[in-house]
Design a protein around this ligand. Structure first.
Ligand SMILES: [Zn+2]
Length: 275
């Protein structure tokens, strides 16, 4: 394993001993808490901006004058920006300190809270705009439409389409240890895969000037472009590790099934697709 690239160690997410459930390090846990607090403050300010927009909407002269249009739309845009930034921080916090899939309701709420906040941050305004008796149909249409577009856009940007879970982190750590003996993987700043070898052919491209090294969980926390799924493991590295161990394809699959079933019910078949 020799590389001429600069290798930067990214902070480890801590305790992932063999056959154990992932536990975030104290450092990452406190970082996650910090991000969550900031996210909540931004969300609160976003909702406050919406309240301001509703206030202007109710109190302004009708038909709505230019200055009021600017205030209302400006406050809605501020609302949008605050909600979306808050959601990005929230998603990042979940990468550091993921939820468990075992509690399905909590898993959904924790990962998709940004979507719920997006609804809270725009729906009241839409209702106030549509219910307002002093506004013309055209005014209602424009303001309701703008708020609806912002609601959908904020919701899409806030949703976590690849939510991380304690189970994914644990299983993949287990599988990497099975292959390499140690949970240490490599990734690039913007790549979507993690690698078992720092001299993998896919890390040799000239675009790669810096390689990050850490546990699977640390790489997930570091690069949000890596989807927290076993499909993010570089298949070239996987094959190379199996070859080094003298494993057949069946033996590799068996090791994979064993690791991926780790925290599922024992009778449950893993249907995890691999690339
Ligand atoms: Zn690779």
């Amino acid at each position: 394993m020799a590389t001429t690239k600069k290798v930067t160690k990214v902070s480890s997410s801590g305790g992932t001993p063999p056959k154990a459930t992932f536990v975030p390090s104290a450092e990452n846990k406190s970082k996650a808490t910090q991000l969550r607090i900031i996210a909540c403050i931004l969300w609160f300010l976003g909702i406050a901006a919406q309240a301001g927009a509703i206030y202007v909407l109710i109190t302004c002269a009708k038909p709505i004058e230019t200055i009021s249009w600017i205030w209302i739309i400006g406050l809605l845009v501020v609302d949008f920006i605050l909600v979306v930034i808050g959601s990005q921080l929230w998603k990042k916090s979940n990468r550091l300190d993921p939820a468990s899939k075992k509690d399905k309701v909590r898993f959904f709420l924790q990962n998709q809270l940004g979507v719920i906040i997006s609804v809270i941050a725009f729906l009241p305004f839409i209702i106030f705009a549509l219910m307002n008796k002093d506004m013309s149909g055209k005014e209602k249409g424009i303001l309701g439409g703008i708020a609806a577009v912002l609601l959908v856009a904020a919701g899409l940007l806030s949703a976590d389409f690849n939510p991380p879970s304690i189970e994914e982190y644990s299983e993949q750590s287990e599988y990497v240890q099975e292959l390499m003996g140690v949970d240490q993987v490599y990734g690039t700043k913007s790549g979507t895969k993690y690698h078992l070898f720092d001299d993998c052919q896919y890390l040799k491209s000239d675009r790669t000037t810096e390689i990050f090294e850490g546990t699977v969980a640390a790489l997930y926390a570091h690069n949000s472009r890596i989807k927290p799924s076993i499909s993010s493991l570089c298949s070239a590295c996987e094959k190379r590790a199996a070859k080094a161990k003298g494993w057949t394809d069946e033996q590799l699959q068996e090791a994979k099934n064993k690791a991926l079933n780790l925290v599922f019910e024992p009778q449950e078949e893993s249907n995890e697709e691999t690339e």
